[in-house]
Structure formats: structure tokens, C-alpha cells
Design a protein around this ligand. Structure first.
Ligand SMILES: NC(=O)c1ccc[n+]([C@@H]2O[C@H](COP(=O)([O-])OP(=O)(O)OC[C@H]3O[C@@H](n4cnc5c(N)ncnc54)[C@H](O)[C@@H]3O)[C@@H](O)[C@H]2O)c1
Length: 435
């Protein structure tokens, strides 16, 4: 497993759990040392225990040596990052290119190199040419896009809803079927669907899935914008839509919008690639999807300012949530932190609390205040904002918080709180997309 971040570490642990001998590699020695000593260097429910079990079983090890990995593996999964390029929409492929370049000189004859990273269409074919240049070794490239959700990563890896194998030969398909045999035919439930494709389709499935999910979120957030000027209630609107099973209710929850290390950069990279291929018009709607999403953050800041009678100057604001979504410590492109930082820049004293993402948030935004609990963050606050819908926040007692704030004003950026309960406890409750 090459690259042991959120995706690679989870995949390494889960493949060991399924009975394979796994060697994980990362270029960061401190990450390798943490994993080898039984510490998952990020928050993912259930992963810590599985890591320890599989280190103990001897099936799982970690290294920084490509030589060791090359001699060890029959199938290599490349899970390195593909962030957005600085100042551009396109994906930065330097880590993927470096991983393949480092791996290729060391792999055994007949090995399969499987990309799991999310990449622009055409990347796998380019890397396949590079692999073929290692004459006489019969090394092949395949692509196996990953659909795991942070917060549910273990379950999604052990029991995915589908597997996509992008291959160029029957042999590669067979190698992947063997590598995923316990997932394809799990003992305790029906078989997992496998879709076998060419390389380009496999690359596209992932970005198409993310484009669709982002579009669904931005659709309901666009409806929220309209509700805000018509007096409608987007939560009732989405509830009524959700009973139509052609539409469905999932990803139709209006709020502060999407963020994280995948959706925003993936739709932008998809647009960039479409532009290179001369089909930019096909994806021009994604520009609007992105714009709607970013407008929610600005709207949240505007609402907060309006609640504070037009100015953040000298105001204390409590922000509940820093991670881009609950059950994760991932703060990449986090809407919550974006809003918190914008309010601080405009003169507010912002205090943040998040159940898991505090360490990451502190590094990225040292200018913000941090507290060890929601109650601590809310002490003396003129306004409380809920920006990541952790269960802990949904269950909060508005009465307890009422006792510590300066003003009982709450803005629900995720439509996650019960307005009646908060109003009954004396709070002014406002949310995105509803009166
Ligand atoms: N995080 C998710 O939920 C998720 C889900 C599906 C797909 N993906 C995709 O998976 C890929 C990885 O995402 P992530 O969230 O795990 O990123 P990450 O930043 O958490 O992990 C990437 C890891 O790769 C390592 N790395 C970088 N260059 C390397 C090299 N040359 N050799 C070995 N290791 C190297 C980094 O040190 C890091 O540990 C991305 O393409 C992402 O879009 C992520």
C-alpha cells in the first residue's frame, strides 16, 4: 500500500483484516513510525483497534523503503494524494507520478500496480506506458477508484457498495478479483457488485460520482437561497421532495455545503480535464455547483454579522465544529473553519470547539481561539454558530448553554438543531434556508 493517509492506511488495515499480508509505505517517516507503533495519525472510528489487532497478528507492517515494498508485493495499491494545484483547478499529479516512478524499478515481474488515487482521465493510460517501458517484467497498471467515506471508512472498505476494476487485460482482472476475493464474496452477506471497465471509465466513475453528489448538495442549497427570499422553509421543501423515490432524500440536506479533501478539488479537476479535452461545455454546470457551494459560506458570515447588528467588531463568537464533516478530523477545505476565519478577520473574537479536529485546526488557523468543550467555547459569547453537525452538538442541552452565553443567539449552519427546543430555552434561532 503506497501512501498511508486516510485512504491508504484504512485500506492497508482492512486488507490485513481480510487475511492478506500487507506492507504499507509512506514517505513521511513519522507517519510510518506512528502506524507501526499502533497509532492511527487521524480520526477514523474503529480503525485504531483493527490496526493494533493486525500489527499483533504480524500480517501488517509499515516501511519507508520502496526497495522493500517492491520485493514484497504482488499487487501494489497507490493511494497517494492528488490535491488541487496551487492557483489552478487541475489536480496536482506530482505525488502519483513520484510514487509510480519510485516503485517501478523495484517491483517483481508480473506485478500489478493499481491506482486508487482519484486522477484525471488519461492518467492510468500514461502510467501504463511507463510501466510497459520496463521490458521483460510484464508489469501492468490497473485503476480501482475508491468510494469510502471518512467516518465510515472501515465499513465502506470491508463492505463497499460496489467495486470498479479498470483493467487492460484478463490477467489484471483476475489479479484484482483475487485481491478482493473476501470482499466480493463476503461470508455474511450477498456478493458485492463488480464493474469491470477500461482504464478511462474507471477514472471517470469516481469523478462522476463526486460531481453528482456535489450537484445534489448544491441543488438543495440553491433552493435554500430561493427560500431565503420567499419566506419558504428548505427543510420542509427537501422533506417533501425526498418522498419521491426518483429524487430520494440523501444528500438533499440544505446547509453550509460541502468541503473536505475530495468533492471541491475533484469537481474542479474534472472541469480542468474536460477543458483540456475540449469538452468544457459538458461540465460548465459544475462551475455553478461550486459557486453555489462557496456562496453558502459567505451567506453564513452575512447572517452572523446581521445577528450582531451589523458588525463583528468587539463581538465574541462561539463556533461549534471545525472538521469538514462530523466523525472526522479532516479540515481540508472545511466550510466551518472558512466561516470562523472570515468572522475573525472582520473583527470578531472567535472561539472554536470540535470533538476531533482541534489539533489540525490549530495548525491551519493559529489566529483563532480554541476551547476544550462546547460550553467553554460558548462562555460569554454574543453568538453561537453550529457549523459541523457532530452528534454531540445535536444532543446539546440549550438550557445548559443558555447559562454561560452573553446573548442567547444561535445560528444553525447545518439545519441540525431542533428550533422549537432552542426557542423554548429562550434562544433566538436562525438557520440557512428557513425563516
Ligand atoms: N480521504 C478520502 O475519503 C478519499 C476517498 C476516496 C478517494 N480518495 C483519494 O485518495 C487519494 C489519497 O487521499 P487521502 O485523503 O488518503 O490523502 P492523504 O493526504 O491523507 O494521504 C496521502 C499520503 O500519501 C503520502 N505520499 C505522498 N507522496 C508519496 C510518495 N511519493 N510515496 C509514498 N507516499 C506518498 C503522503 O505522505 C500521505 O500520507 C486522493 O487522490 C483522494 O482524492 C480519498
Amino acid at each position: 500500500m503506497i501512501g498511508t493517509g486516510y485512504l491508504g492506511a484504512t485500506h492497508a488495515v482492512c486488507m490485513a483484516e481480510l487475511g492478506f499480508e500487507v506492507l504499507g509505505l509512506d514517505v513521511l517517516p513519522e507517519k510510518v513510525a506512528a502506524l507501526q507503533s499502533g497509532t492511527v495519525p487521524f480520526y477514523e472510528p474503529g480503525l485504531q483497534e483493527l490496526l493494533q489487532n493486525n500489527l499483533d497478528s504480524g500480517r501488517l507492517r509499515f516501511t519507508t523503503s520502496y526497495e522493500e515494498v517492491g520485493a514484497f508485493g504482488d499487487v501494489h495499491f497507490v493511494c497517494v494524494g492528488t490535491p488541487q494545484k496551487m492557483g489552478e483547478y487541475a489536480a496536482d499529479l506530482t505525488y502519483v507520478d513520484a510514487a509510480f516512478a519510485s516503485l517501478l524499478p523495484h517491483v517483481k515481474a508480473g506485478s500489478l500496480l493499481v491506482g486508487k488515487s482519484t486522477v484525471p482521465a488519461g492518467t492510468a493510460a500514461r502510467l501504463a506506458v511507463l510501466a510497459a517501458s520496463r521490458r521483460g517484467t510484464d508489469v501492468e497498471v490497473a485503476w480501482n477508484p475508491e468510494f469510502l467515506r471518512e467516518g465510515f471508512a472501515v465499513q465502506d472498505t470491508l463492505r463497499p457498495d460496489r467495486l470498479v476494476f479498470g483493467v487492460s487485460s484478463a490477467r489484471a482482472e483476475e489479479q484484482l478479483r483475487q485481491a478482493f476475493a473476501p470482499v466480493i464474496e463476503p461470508a455474511d452477506q450477498g456478493p458485492t457488485p463488480v464493474v469491470v471497465t477500461d482504464l478511462a471509465t474507471a477514472e471517470l466513475v469516481k469523478v462522476a460520482a463526486n460531481a453528482f453528489l456535489a450537484t445534489k448538495i448544491s441543488f438543495i442549497n440553491a433552493m435554500a437561497e430561493v427560500c431565503e427570499v420567499t419566506g419558504g422553509d428548505v427543510t420542509l421543501l427537501s422533506k417533501a421532495l425526498s418522498y419521491d423515490d426518483r429524487i430520494g432524500g440523501r444528500f438533499l440536506h440544505a446547509g453550509l455545503g460541502f468541503g473536505g479533501g475530495c468533492l471541491p478539488k475533484d469537481i474542479r479537476a474534472f472541469m480542468a480535464r474536460a477543458g483540456e479535452l475540449g469538452v468544457d461545455q459538458a461540465l460548465s454546470f459544475l462551475k455553478e455547483v461550486d459557486a453555489i457551494n462557496m456562496r453558502r459560506r459567505a451567506r453564513m458570515v452575512d447572517l452572523a454579522r446581521a445577528e450582531l447588528d451589523g458588525s463583528f467588531g468587539g463581538m465574541r463568537v462561539a463556533v461549534l465544529g471545525a472538521a469538514f464533516k462530523p466523525d472526522s478530523d479532516d479540515i481540508r477545505d472545511s466550510p466551518a473553519l472558512d466561516v470562523a476565519a472570515a468572522m475573525q478577520r472582520q473583527g470578531a473574537a472567535v472561539c472554536v470547539y470540535d470533538p476531533a479536529a482541534m489539533d489540525n485546526a490549530r495548525i491551519k488557523h493559529p489566529e483563532l481561539g480554541y476551547r476544550e468543550s462546547a460550553v467553554d467555547a460558548a462562555k460569554g459569547a454574543d453568538l453561537v454558530l453550529l457549523l459541523t453537525e457532530w452528534q454531540e452538538f445535536k444532543q446539546m442541552d440549550p438550557g445548559e448553554l443558555a447559562g454561560v452565553v452573553n446573548e442567547r443567539r444561535v445560528l444553525d449552519g447545518r439545519n441540525a438543531l431542533d428550533p422549537a427546543r432552542w426557542r423554548a430555552a429562550g434562544w433566538t434561532y436562525r438557520a440557512l434556508g428557513r425563516p
